[in-house]
Design a protein around this ligand. Structure first.
Ligand SMILES: [Mn+2]
Length: 431
């Protein structure tokens, strides 16, 4: 029996107030889609299959390298983070899994944490290692790198930490390890560029060897920061080469914010999918760099184009199933509201991509009709599928309007009382 953190009577009351309007909007959209030969019920059923993992670090207020402005009632430990994640899933029905970050979320009792997740109707997605900052009492510093450090002792420590993450993840029921390293150089000449990657591959092989057979290792690249001259795993080419070198269980992870501005990310997605190395995503949005803004808040068309490639890849290979995860930093909003809205925005792109008339598009491409090809995509992107998303939630026991239902529940005010700030307990990190 799943524990509902928000009183289900309150959610039902909210839905009752929305139901008539939603049904009218849904019927109107259904009629319009039917004239296009699209069955709205099939799309709603498809929307219900969508799931994106929540980042445990996202439920606390983020921050920048200048400051962090904590919010009220932030979770102070991993069990409170799970409670907030459960609220998000209860209202959106689109976020059944949580991605943990170690050692930030290291549980005193992993089995008890798994039981708590289970009771809340949650399970664990990929676990994330952290070798981009030093932990209290650790023997070697990562100041000059971790998996790529010149120091063999530092490299060994970083490999051992990743293997610890795998062991912990096994107890929690996770099936993947995401590895992002901040390793790089701030000056030309600081690194032997080839040597640093050779050390990375050598270390990564040590981690890969500890992966269970049914696990994947997700290699996350990032163009710059914290290193500002060069980053060892900077781009999808390096990530791809590393994944190829390691083996079948190594795949590439695309964080939408980890590219140069104006990079054609959907093409990277197509390339990685073509060669069987697209492992998953960290969804977020950005304007200038790795801004970690809410998914779909800046460039929803790019998100749609990414899902258009994913829809194409799925048609070619029914077993294709990359891992979806949010990775955002919330500085001026209630993180729960941002994560709910973001999950819905990613789900929106998923449904819009399913609306693309692929036979028509293929015909336009075949005929070199550039204008109509573009219009075929725009036609899907311009369709407001909000009633489908709301109906999918309603039928699954979620809220027609998650943010409105959340605000009406008074959850934040309640946890603000229950969770007074605790010294040294940071609600979040940024990755
Ligand atoms: Mn990320």
């Amino acid at each position: 029996m799943t524990t509902q953190i928000i009183d289900s009577g309150q959610v039902e009351q909210h839905n009752a107030s929305q139901r008539a309007t939603l049904q009218a909007d849904y019927d109107a959209l259904g009629g319009m889609l039917s004239r296009r030969g699209v069955d709205i019920e099939a799309l709603t059923a498809k929307a219900q299959t969508f799931a994106v993992a929540l980042p445990s670090w996202g439920v606390g207020t983020g921050g920048t390298r200048f400051a962090r402005f904590p919010g009220k009632g932030e979770p102070r430990d991993v069990t409170e983070k799970l409670e907030d994640c459960a609220v998000i899933h209860q209202l959106t029905r689109a976020t059944p899994t949580v991605s943990l970050h170690f050692p930030w979320d290291k549980p005193a009792d992993p089995k008890a944490l798994r039981q708590q997740a289970d009771s809340l109707g949650l399970s664990f997605d990929a676990v994330n290692s952290n070798t981009f900052q030093d932990q209290p009492g650790q023997a070697q510093t990562y100041k000059y790198g971790s998996l790529t450090a010149q120091s063999q002792a530092a490299r060994e420590q970083a490999v051992a930490h990743n293997i610890d993450c795998i062991e912990l993840g096994k107890t929690l029921g996770s099936k993947g390890l995401t590895v992002w390293v901040g390793d790089g150089a701030n000056f030309p000449g600081q690194h032997n560029l080839r040597g640093a990657l050779e050390r990375y591959l050598d270390s990564a092989k040590g981690i890969y060897a500890a992966l269970p057979d049914d696990w994947l290792m997700y290699i996350e690249h990032k163009l710059f920061e914290p290193a500002f001259y060069c980053t060892v795993i900077a781009d999808w080419g390096t990530s791809f080469a590393a994944a190829q070198t390691l083996g079948d269980k190594a795949k590439c992870l695309v964080d939408l914010g980890h590219h140069a501005p104006n990079t054609n990310i959907e093409m990277i997605v197509a390339r990685l999918a073509q060669f069987g190395k697209l492992g998953g995503f960290h969804f977020n949005d950005s304007k200038y760099g790795d801004d970690d803004l809410d998914s779909g808040s800046i460039d929803p068309f790019q998100l749609f184009l990414v899902f258009n490639e994913l829809a194409d890849a799925t048609l070619r290979d029914g077993t294709f199933k990359p891992a979806y995860m949010l990775d955002q930093s919330h500085n001026v909003t209630d993180p729960i509201e941002s994560l709910m809205s973001s999950a819905v925005e990613v789900q929106r792109a998923f449904v819009q991509a399913a609306l693309v008339d692929r036979a028509a598009l293929a015909g336009f491409q075949e005929a070199n009709d550039a204008l109509q090809s573009a219009q075929a995509l725009k036609k899907a992107f311009r369709t407001d599928v909000s009633p489908i998303l709301a109906m999918a939630r309603l039928r699954a026991g979620g809220a027609a309007d998650p943010v409105a239902a959340y605000r009406a529940s008074g959850y934040r005010e309640k946890v603000a009382v229950k969770r007074p700030p605790k010294a040294g307990a940071s609600g979040s990190g940024i990755v």
